[in-house]
Write a protein that binds this ligand. Structure first.
Ligand SMILES: Nc1ncnc2c1ncn2[C@@H]1O[C@H](COP(=O)(O)OP(=O)(O)OP(=O)(O)O)[C@@H](O)[C@H]1O
Ligand SMILES: [Mg+2]
Length: 353
């Protein structure tokens, strides 16, 4: 097996606040192999961004981070600023949700891409600008040479995000971390940005971490998927495992709230309720209050992330073995879950494989 380019092990992040300790990330681990696409999904506040910011050394100084994050074996947690900035942008590039936060409003986009090239390469300004134009062309900005002179505010949101992707590509990184890269954009532009990311991946050969709250965005893109809830991984496996045989009710819930083009007029089944507060979390599974399958044990013991029938497919649910054939509708019936039907479902499947 090839060595991972990026490896995160038992990452914990807490923030001391006036209200108490926020446990934002609780024991996240993953490995990213060369060229692999890992999707990280979860609702707002589940810890997706903090996980990525922590490994890149981009959290505020108040954050307490423990665990390990290695780029090709080099430890990033606790590394010096200069060491981190030699890796950031060169080996590991990040793309954020709002392109305006990544772009400087007072410089032309061509200049900003050229500067990204020059930050890690000893090339002339002219050569860097030619490369910038080439990159703009690669991410399909029409009339790239002309557009290079534009300022961020002169471009549409979709074009700005392409510019950010071009910057991410500038130094042929091995890893690109894209945090909700399409969330601020409308559906048509979303598809174009996903295409631009695909181009970036092919052109650089980079492995990619694709963070999203929308499972639909990563369908067909991710090789592996991790589902986060309340700072923890609750399911992880190949895209096929997670999309077709999910073993955690929360994942089923996320799938049930996805619009499906292949099913006529199917009602969506949203997950009722909101994620828990991350301050003074009670024991037990944090999904319990929203879980139609919850039993008394769920309030007491938080289930570990454990192998299901396959060693590569992990789930954190006391009842994951009962979810072998479950479909979102079986678990999340209608807007208000029909608890009777669900109890029946659990009874019927009890003792299953
Ligand atoms: N600087 C901070 N101080 C205190 N709490 C923080 C800080 N940064 C993040 N958090 C908390 O950590 C938790 C995880 O936040 P994070 O931004 O990782 O969520 P997310 O999964 O990326 O959500 P979204 O989909 O909204 O981007 C949240 O509860 C958030 O309020
Ligand atoms: Mg986020």
């Amino acid at each position: 097996m090839t060595e991972p380019v990026f490896e995160v092990e038992d990452l914990h992040v807490t923030f001391p606040t006036d209200d108490g300790l926020v446990t934002a990330v609780r024991g996240v681990s993953y490995r990213l192999r060369p060229g692999e696409v890992l999707g990280i999904v979860g609702e707002s506040g589940s810890g997706k961004s903090v996980t990525s910011l922590a490994v890149m050394g981009l959290l505020p100084a108040t954050a307490r981070v423990t665990g390990s994050a290695r780029y090709r074996g080099r430890e990033l947690l606790g590394a010096s600023d200069s060491e981190l900035s030699s890796i950031r942008g060169k080996n590991v590039a990040m793309i954020f949700q709002d392109p305006m936060t990544s772009l400087n409003p007072v410089y032309s986009v061509g200049y900003q891409i050229a500067e990204a090239v020059r930050a890690h390469n000893d090339v002339s300004k002219q050569a860097a600008m030619s490369r910038a134009i080439e990159l703009l062309d690669t991410v399909r900005i029409p009339n790239a040479a002309e557009r290079a002179a534009s300022y961020p505010h002169e471009l549409s949101g979709g074009m700005r995000q392409r510019v950010v992707i071009a910057i991410a590509m500038a130094n042929d990184p091995d890893v690109i971390i894209a945090d909700e890269p399409t969330t601020a954009l409308d559906v048509t532009v979303q598809a174009q940005i996903m295409q631009a990311l695909e181009t970036a991946k092919t052109a650089t050969g980079a492995a990619m971490v694709l963070i999203t709250h929308d499972l639909g965005v990563i369908a067909g893109q991710a090789d592996r998927v991790m589902v986060m809830y309340a700072g923890k991984l609750v399911e992880a496996g190949s895209a096929e495992d997670v999309f077709y045989t999910p073993r955690m009710p929360y994942t089923l819930g996320l799938l049930g709230s996805l619009p499906r083009l292949d099913q006529k007029s199917k009602q969506l089944t949203p997950i009722v309720g909101a994620p828990p507060s991350l301050i003074n979390m009670p024991p037990g599974c944090p999904f319990t209050p929203r879980c139609p399958l919850a039993q008394p044990v769920c309030d007491e013991i938080e289930p570990p992330l454990a192998a299901t029938t396959s060693l590569d497919h992990l789930a954190a649910c006391h009842f994951s073995s009962e979810l072998v054939e479950a479909k979102p509708d079986d678990v999340f019936n209608t807007e208000v879950a029909d608890t009777k039907a669900l109890a029946e479902f659990v009874r019927q499947t009890e003792g299953g494989p």
